[in-house]
Ligand binder design. Structure first.
Ligand SMILES: NC(=O)c1ccc[n+]([C@@H]2O[C@H](COP(=O)([O-])OP(=O)(O)OC[C@H]3O[C@@H](n4cnc5c(N)ncnc54)[C@H](OP(=O)(O)O)[C@@H]3O)[C@@H](O)[C@H]2O)c1
Length: 313
C-alpha cells in the first residue's frame, strides 16, 4: 500500500480548497511513529493556515495535509522511537510544519506523543492535545499560576478556554470566566467561580485584582485586560504579543505563547484526565469527508468546545 485517503490543500483559500483525495503514505524519520488516525481535531490554526495567514511564520509546502491534533494506534515504530510499541493507543499534537492528521495515517515524532488517557475514546482524546498544551504552557509554564491566585480566562467556552478553566481549578486558583450567556451552565460546571457575559457586561467593570489574564481573543479584549491586573500581574496571550511598553505602563508582566509539542506534558495531562480533574468538551463530531463544514463552524468563532473529525472506527 502506497497511498491513503487524506484531506489536502493545493492552494490557500476558503473551505473549497479542502480536497478529500488520495495522497502518498507518510515517510518515517528514525524517531517517528506511524499512527493510524482514528480521530483528528479541528483548531482555529487549521483554517488560519488554510487561508494563508501564517505563510510568513510557518514553513509549509503545498499540497499540505492540515490538522495537528490526533488520536490513534501506533502501526509502525522508527528504530529510535523506542518508548512505544505497535498497538499502543496514543495522542499527540504533531509538528505543525509537517503534514497533519486529516488523513488515514500520520508520521509523528515519538517525543511529541503520549499514551492517550485511558478514560477517553479516540474522539475525545483527539480533542485534547493542542488546547490542553496551550493552556498548560500559558498558565503553568508562562504564568506559573499558584493556588489562591485569581485568573481571568477569556473565551472560557472555547476549545482552549474550557480546558484552561479546569486546569486553573485543578491548581487551586480562583477563576473568572468570560463567555456569552448561553454558555453560563457549561462554564460554571467546569468550575468557574465568577461568570461574565461579555455581550452584556464589560469585564473590566467587574473583574478586579487579577493575578493572571489569559487572553485567547486579542485586539480590544487584550487592550482592556491590563486594567483588571494587580500590580505585578501577568497578561498571557496566545493570539497577539502583548506590547512590552504597555505592560510596563501598567506595572505588569506579559508573555506570548505559541504552543510547542510535548509528549511529557501530554502524559501529565492524561493523568489529570484519568483522575477526573479535566475533560474535553465536544461541540460536534463529523466524518473526515465533512471537513469543509467543520472549518466553517470553527471559523464562525462560537464553537462550544472542540470540533472533531472521525477518521476510522
Ligand atoms: N498561540 C498558540 O499557540 C495558540 C494555541 C491555541 C489557540 N490559539 C488561538 O487562540 C484562539 C482561541 O482558540 P480556541 O481553540 O479556544 O477557539 P474556539 O474554540 O474557536 O473559541 C470559540 C469560543 O470563543 C468564544 N468567544 C468569541 N468571542 C468572544 C469574546 N469576545 N469574549 C469571550 N469569548 C468569546 C465563544 O464563546 P461564545 O459562543 O459564548 O461567544 C466560543 O466559545 C484562536 O485565535 C486560536 O488560533 C493560539
Amino acid at each position: 500500500m502506497t497511498t491513503m485517503k487524506a484531506v489536502r490543500i493545493h492552494a490557500y483559500g476558503g473551505p473549497e480548497v479542502l480536497h478529500h483525495e488520495d495522497a502518498p503514505l507518510p515517510t518515517l524519520n528514525p524517531d517517528d511513529l506511524l499512527i493510524r488516525v482514528r480521530a483528528a481535531a479541528v483548531n482555529p490554526v487549521d483554517w488560519k493556515i488554510r487561508e494563508g495567514y501564517l505563510q510568513g511564520f510557518l514553513k509549509h509546502r503545498l499540497p499540505l495535509i492540515l490538522g495537528w491534533d490526533v488520536s490513534g494506534d501506533v502501526v509502525e515504530v522508527g528504530p529510535e522511537a523506542t518508548a512505544f510499541r505497535v498497538g499502543d493507543e496514543v495522542y499527540a499534537r504533531s509538528d505543525i510544519e509537517r503534514d497533519g492528521a486529516y488523513a488515514e495515517y500520520i508520521a509523528v515524532k515519538a517525543s511529541d506523543a503520549a499514551r492517550k488517557p485511558a478514560a477517553l475514546d479516540h474522539v475525545h482524546a483527539a480533542a485534547v492535545p493542542l488546547t490542553a498544551l496551550t493552556a498548560w504552557q500559558s498558565l503553568v509554564d508562562a504564568a506559573q499560576l499558584q493556588a489562591g491566585q485569581t485568573v481571568l480566562i477569556h473565551a472560557a467556552a472555547g476549545g482552549v478556554g474550557s480546558l484552561a478553566v479546569q486546569l486553573a481549578k485543578a491548581r487551586g486558583a480562583r477563576v473568572i470566566a468570560t463567555a456569552s450567556a448561553v454558555n453560563i451552565g457549561l462554564v460554571t460546571e467546569l468550575g468557574a467561580d465568577q461568570f461574565i457575559d461579555y455581550t452584556r457586561t464589560r469585564f473590566e467593570d467587574v473583574a478586579r485584582e487579577v493575578d493572571v489574564v489569559f487572553d485567547t481573543i486579542g485586539g480590544d479584549t487584550q487592550e482592556r485586560s491590563w486594567q483588571v491586573l494587580k500590580p505585578g500581574g501577568m497578561l498571557v496571550s496566545v493570539v497577539s504579543p502583548p506590547p512590552e511598553a504597555t505592560a510596563a505602563a501598567h506595572g505588569a508582566r506579559r508573555a506570548f505563547v505559541f504552543i510547542q509539542p510535548s509528549g511529557v506534558q501530554l502524559t501529565t495531562i492524561a493523568q489529570l484526565i484519568d483522575e477526573g480533574k479535566m475533560k474535553p468538551i465536544i461541540h460536534t463530531v463529523l466524518p473526515l469527508t465533512e471537513v469543509r463544514q467543520a472549518h466553517a463552524i470553527s471559523q464562525g468563532g462560537h464553537a462550544r468546545g472542540k470540533i472533531v473529525l472521525r477518521v476510522a472506527d
